[in-house]
Design a protein around this ligand. Structure first.
Ligand SMILES: [Zn+2]
Length: 316
């Protein structure tokens, strides 16, 4: 089956192979959960497939594809961190392997979470990145591109993954057999990041978090504020989900204030949001969104948790 989403990137790889000008080292970047590892493995399998080649999706039944699925393809080498770091020993094993010419076709190397490489490991990889053998392709993945040494970054082609469209998200979840009936709002809330959607769909507390947040916004009385305040105080794990939901409701309010319905995240709550929009000015709502952004950035700088909860629930 073909890859879902990231069509420009997949097409780029196919063209590179077709015209024989594919670079030898890449780094796939993008947010956590966006699908960097899945894409790296798809590209690797396509590069190794002996039946169809990268111009087509990997066939899935040739010996190369089957052995790839079983993780025993001799032309495929995967480095992932078993512990906190990727250490120099693992890179030395890669270098040893890459020097051995394959019996046929290519060899593909993936380094997952490449930012976990120690400085020594990165330095050790440098020479190979400078002059990889013609039969080798090296693919790194990372959430933290800036954590890679400049010397590494200057020798590899960066490919940044883009968020998926809603349609692609739906196809992807269907392919994985994940049911999202009646939870479309959750796909929108995931902002095109499949891993986030999967995580939210599996989160048993999601609906409760959403109910609490909706109640806080629409009821606007002191007891709802205190109720939400206490809920967040007790459930630190729910905090980021709740502020994402909160922000999505305010953004929907702004859209409906401008009579725009396309792109509503909480379309199932349209009537309530419309009522709310009629009671508040756009300036008022924009201020609330700014407050959320302020809390988000303060949290990154280790703001006291209770203070953040109070700002969001009592001052907003
Ligand atoms: Zn194949």
């Amino acid at each position: 089956m073909d890859y879902i989403g990231q069509t420009d990137i997949v097409d780029g790889f196919r063209n590179g192979i077709k015209h024989d000008n594919l670079s030898h080292a890449f780094v796939l970047t993008g947010e956590t959960g966006i699908g960097k590892k899945t894409l790296a493995h798809f590209i690797a399998k396509a590069l190794l497939c002996t039946e169809k080649g990268i111009a087509q999706p990997p066939c899935g039944h040739c010996r190369a594809c089957k052995s790839f699925d079983e993780m025993i393809n001799p032309n495929f080498f995967l480095i992932r961190s078993e512990t906190r770091n990727i250490v120099i020993k693992q890179i030395r094993e890669l270098i040893e392997d890459i020097s051995v010419r394959p019996l046929q076709g290519r060899k593909v190397y993936i380094i997952e979470d490449a930012d976990k490489m120690t400085n020594q490991a990165q330095n050790c990889l440098l020479k190979t990145l400078e002059e990889p053998p013609a039969y080798a392709t090296i693919i790194l993945t990372t959430d933290k591109y800036e954590a890679l040494l400049l010397t590494i970054r200057s020798r590899i082609v960066r490919i940044n993954l883009k968020p998926c469209s809603i349609n692609e998200m739906k196809l992807l979840l269907q392919k994985k057999g994940i049911n999202f009936d009646g939870k479309e709002h959750l796909l929108y809330l995931s902002r095109g990041i499949p891993g986030k959607a999967i995580q939210l769909l599996a989160d048993k507390n999601f609906e409760e978090n959403r109910e609490k947040t909706l109640n806080f916004v629409f009821n606007e009385d002191t007891s709802s504020k205190l109720d939400f305040n206490q809920y967040l105080s007790k459930n630190k794990n729910a905090f980021y989900t709740c502020i994402d939901i909160l922000e999505s409701i305010y953004r929907d309010t702004l859209l409906l204030s401008c009579s725009l319905e396309d792109g509503l995240i909480n379309a199932d709550k349209k009537d309530n949001i419309l009522k709310y929009a009629n009671k508040h000015s756009t300036v008022d709502i924009t201020d609330k969104i700014s407050m959320i952004e302020k809390v988000r950035s303060n949290m990154k700088r280790n703001m006291n948790y209770q203070l953040a909860v109070d700002m969001l629930t009592l001052e907003i």
